[in-house]
Design a protein around this ligand. Structure first.
Ligand SMILES: [Zn+2]
Length: 400
C-alpha cells in the first residue's frame, strides 16, 4: 500500500503534462454557448506570454529615471494601443529621499519577515546588485549603463470600459521598472507581460464586460512604490465622479479591488543546505495569492484572494494556488487600506523570496534566457487565474 501510494505522484508528474497539453488544445475552440470565461482563458498562450516578456527585456533592467525606462513606457503604450486598449499616462516627480546611514540594510536577525510571516528552513542572503561588472554580457552592461536622475516620471495604463457599470472598476497591475544590471525578466517583466496579455484579451472586439477593468503598469516600484502611490494620491478622490455630468463617462471609476502581479515565474523551492538551488521548477510549484491581515480592508482582501483561488481551481491548466495573509513590498500596498488589495506571485514575498528562494531577484542573472518553459508556464497559470477571476467579477461575455 505504502509503496503504491508513493508511486502515484510520480505517475501523475509523468503523465499530467501530456494530458494537460491535450486539454489546453481542446479548450482553444470552445463550442457555442460554452462558459465565456473559459473561452477567454483559452485565449492565453504560452508563446505570446513569452514573446511579451522578451519584448520587455530589450530595454535591459528598465531602471526608473533613465532613457531605457522611458523607451519601455513608450513600447508598452504602443502594444496596449495595438490591442485596442485606450491608454493614458500618469505624471509625477520622483526625488530620491536623502540617504539614511542608520537603516536600510536588511532586517537583521529578526524572527519576523517583512509582511509578518515567520521564516523557516534554509535561508540565503538577498540584496540588490549595484556592480556593473557582475554583468558578463558587455552589450547588456552598456544598455544598463545610463544612471538614474531625479525628476519627472511617467507611467501608462489602459482601460476596458464596462457596459452597464462603467462607474465601477477592478485594477490589474504589475511594475515595469527594475534594477540589478540584468533584464528584469522575472522582476517584473513577468508581471508586466501578464497584465499586458490580459489587456490584449479583454480588448478583443467580441469581448464585453459589465464593469470596468484598468490595466496599470506602475513605474518606480523598486524605489518605494512611488508610481502606485502617485496614482492613489492623484486619483483616489476622483472615484465614481461622472465627468462631464450626464455623459456616463467616469475618468476614475469606483475601485472595487486591486490585483498586483510581481515576480511570477520561479518556484524552485527552498535553497538547499549548501545554498544551491534545484535547477528545475519544483513539482509542487504554486501561485501565491497574498492579502495583508493587518490592513484596514483585510476582510474584503481575503475574500478577493479566495475568489482568485477558486478561479485557479477552475481555469488554471497546471499549477495550483495558495492563499496567505502576509502581502508586502509591492504596488498593492498603497491600496490596501482603501480597497480590497492582493498580490499574486511565484512565492510568498516575506518568508520565501525574503529567505532567498529566488536567487535571480535583483541580480544580473534575471534574464529572459535564465527561465525554462516550466517557469514561464507558472506565469501563464497566474495569468489564467487572474483572467478567470476578473472575467467573473466584471461579468465578461462574448458577443455572438
Ligand atoms: Zn518587483
Amino acid at each position: 500500500m505504502r509503496s503504491l501510494l508513493a508511486l502515484i505522484p510520480l505517475l501523475l508528474s509523468t503523465f499530467l503534462p501530456f494530458s494537460l497539453a491535450a486539454k489546453a488544445t481542446a479548450q482553444a475552440q470552445p463550442a457555442a454557448g460554452a462558459d465565456p470565461v473559459k473561452a477567454l482563458v483559452g485565449r492565453l498562450d504560452l508563446e505570446k506570454y513569452k514573446a511579451t516578456v522578451k519584448g520587455l527585456t530589450q530595454f535591459g533592467d528598465r531602471r526608473q529615471g533613465t532613457d531605457r525606462n522611458r523607451a519601455a513606457v513608450d513600447w508598452i503604450e504602443a502594444q496596449l494601443k495595438s490591442y485596442g486598449c485606450p491608454t493614458e499616462r500618469i505624471k509625477y516627480v520622483y526625488e530620491p529621499p536623502p540617504p539614511n546611514p542608520g537603516g536600510g540594510r536588511g532586517r537583521g536577525n529578526t524572527d519576523v519577515a517583512a509582511g509578518g510571516g515567520r521564516p523557516r528552513g534554509v535561508r540565503t542572503p538577498t540584496g540588490v546588485n549595484t556592480d556593473p561588472m557582475k554583468q558578463p554580457n558587455e552589450k547588456l552592461r552598456a544598455l544598463n549603463m545610463q544612471p538614474t536622475t531625479p525628476g519627472p516620471r511617467e507611467m501608462v495604463y489602459c482601460t476596458k470600459v464596462g457596459m452597464t457599470r462603467p462607474d465601477e472598476m477592478y485594477i490589474v497591475g504589475g511594475h515595469m521598472d527594475g534594477h540589478g544590471w540584468g533584464e528584469a525578466a522575472n522582476d517584473d517583466g513577468s508581471g508586466t507581460a501578464l497584465v499586458m496579455e490580459l489587456a490584449r484579451i479583454f480588448s478583443g472586439p467580441d469581448v464585453q464586460t459589465e464593469r470596468t477593468i484598468r490595466f496599470a503598469l506602475w513605474n518606480n516600484e523598486e524605489t518605494g512604490l512611488n508610481g502606485a502611490r502617485a496614482y492613489v494620491d492623484q486619483r483616489q478622490a476622483l472615484q465614481g465622479k461622472e465627468d462631464p455630468p450626464g455623459s456616463r463617462r467616469f475618468p476614475e471609476p469606483k475601485w472595487l479591488g486591486m490585483i498586483q502581479h510581481d515576480m511570477m515565474m520561479f518556484d524552485h523551492g527552498m535553497p538547499r543546505p549548501d545554498g544551491t538551488m534545484n535547477p528545475e521548477q519544483r513539482p509542487e510549484a504554486d501561485v501565491n495569492i497574498e492579502f495583508q491581515s493587518n490592513s484596514k480592508m483585510a476582510q474584503g482582501s481575503q475574500a478577493l484572494a479566495w475568489t482568485l483561488h477558486a478561479a485557479n481551481e477552475k481555469y488554471a491548466t497546471d499549477y495550483p494556488a495558495a492563499v496567505g495573509p502576509h502581502m508586502t513590498n509591492t504596488d498593492s500596498t498603497p491600496f490596501m487600506d482603501l480597497v480590497p488589495a492582493i498580490s499574486v506571485r511565484e512565492n510568498e514575498r516575506g518568508v520565501q523570496i525574503g529567505s532567498g528562494w529566488d536567487p535571480q531577484w535583483h541580480q544580473p542573472t534575471d534574464l529572459y534566457t535564465t527561465y525554462s518553459d516550466k517557469d514561464f508556464r507558472l506565469g501563464l497559470n497566474a495569468a489564467q487565474t487572474t483572467l478567470g477571476a476578473v472575467a467573473e467579477l466584471t461579468g465578461a461575455t462574448l458577443k455572438k
